[in-house]
Design a protein around this ligand. Structure first.
Ligand code: NAP
Ligand code: GDD
Length: 347
């Protein structure tokens, strides 16, 4: 049985990747950061009772703590490491720049050093996946490939560029199997509620159920290449099964504006978004990434990867999920329970 270690297992991608690896017979170990509220909602269905034997194991840990990462590497002895942990919100990174750099850039370096030393001491040849991002291309125009220059436009993107180059350097300097996946935006019903797609579908569900009236958004003109997270975590795994470590772009090759996303989602939700959406400058970024559309020919040819879920099916699954969630909220409200306002500081 192969053993995988995932940082960021409680996030959108971590939950889909854990499902995928468990279904493929792996023992899966996840690093969970300690928070004052429960943060395991997305994986609770995989981990019903910690007292029942399971192939899923959770450990407290943080990308801020090198000692803990080293310890986990030594006791878990993973065959594959997936580094998905991050402060992953671009707008938030402008406010929390230093913290974002610490977790996203230096956190990756901490995990890579633990990985390098564990590889040497154990004599094994484990494999490392780095979650790089299309945000690294920033202002470089589409279509973006592995050869497109990076032009990061946010502290998050700068940190991801550093983490990417740390990964490439560890591959070359120490002859380690480190692959970097430059993934374009990928969404799902489990997407965090402050990212634009989920913010939209969550609001449409609530508007349809009469729980909300307004949706405040920023720039509707930016374009993104949106795929489904379940397809994209498969590409992560395929990279680690490939014969050599490399850098791969993973994308659908189609791009839509935020406004077009609103159009399609509203059609499914049967809500006229123009009656409900208002502009709020707080959701603008000091420097925006206008247009992302990836060319993933390399991954398609060398890995045999291709997305299976198209844009409309992705949007529909998110709208369906959020209408159901709003229906549950309405039932609770009808039974006299307080329905909380959705969203965090940027929600
Ligand atoms: P996400 O939903 O925001 O999940 C991020 C994960 O990182 C969560 O499990 C979070 O824990 C964890 N984390 C945050 N700070 C941490 C710390 N200090 N130490 C350890 N773990 C920490 O992000 P995602 O969408 O699944 O994305 C996964 C990775 O791919 C991220 O690195 C992201 O930057 C990158 N990426 C995402 C996309 C995309 O479109 N989704 C595209 C390209 C690259 P909590 O649950 O406790 O917050
Ligand atoms: N979040 C958010 N909230 N974005 C908005 C809003 C709003 O109210 N209104 C407009 N937008 C626009 C943003 O300005 C951006 O151009 C676009 O919607 C997408 O924003 P996000 O959904 O926050 O995603 P992102 O593209 O900035 O970053 C995501 O994708 C990256 C890959 O390209 C994140 O998942 C990153 O972690 C990931 O690396």
């Amino acid at each position: 049985m192969k053993t995988a270690l995932i940082s960021g297992i409680t996030g959108q991608d971590g939950s889909y990747l854990a499902e995928f690896l468990l279904a493929n017979g792996y023992a899966v170990h996840g690093i969970v950061r300690r928070t004052s509220s429960f943060n395991t909602d997305r994986i609770d269905h995989l981990y019903a009772d910690p007292h029942v034997p399971s192939r899923l194991h959770l450990h407290y840990g943080d990308l801020a703590s090198a000692a803990r990462l080293r310890h986990l590497m030594e006791v878990i002895q993973p065959d594959e490491i997936y580094n998905l942990g991050a402060q992953s919100h671009v707008r938030v990174s402008f406010d929390e720049a230093e913290y974002t750099a610490d977790v996203v850039a230096t956190g990756t370096l901490r995990l890579l050093e633990a990985f390098r030393d564990y590889s040497k001491q154990s004599g094994s040849q484990p494999r490392f996946y780095q979650a790089s991002s299309s945000e690294m291309f920033g202002a470089s125009p589409p279509p973006q490939t592995e050869n497109t220059p990076f032009y990061p436009r946010s502290p998050y993107a700068c940190s991801k560029v550093a983490a990417h180059w740390y990964s490439v350097n560890f591959r070359e300097a120490y002859n380690l199997f480190v692959s970097s996946g430059i993934l374009f935006n990928h969404e799902s019903p489990r997407r965090g509620e402050t990212f634009v797609t989920r913010k939209i579908t969550r609001a449409l569900g609530r508007i349809r159920m009469g729980l909300q009236d307004k949706l405040y958004l920023g720039n509707l003109d930016s374009r993104r290449d949106w795929g489904h997270a379940a397809d994209f975590v498969r590409a992560m795994w395929m990279m680690l099964q490939h014969s050599v470590p490399e850098t791969f772009v993973v994308a659908t090759g189609e791009s839509y504006s935020v406004r077009e996303f609103l159009d399609v989602a509203s059609e499914y939700a049967e809500v006229d978004w123009r009656k409900h959406v208002e502009f709020d400058a707080r959701y603008l970024r000091p420097t925006e990434v206008d247009s992302l559309c990836g060319d993933s020919s390399k991954a398609r040819q060398l890995l045999g990867w291709k997305p299976e879920i198209g844009f409309r099916d992705l949007v529909k699954s998110m709208v369906d999920g959020d209408i159901e969630l709003a229906r549950q909220e309405l039932t609770l409200a009808g039974a006299g329970h307080t329905v909380s306002r959705r969203g965090g500081v940027y929600g």
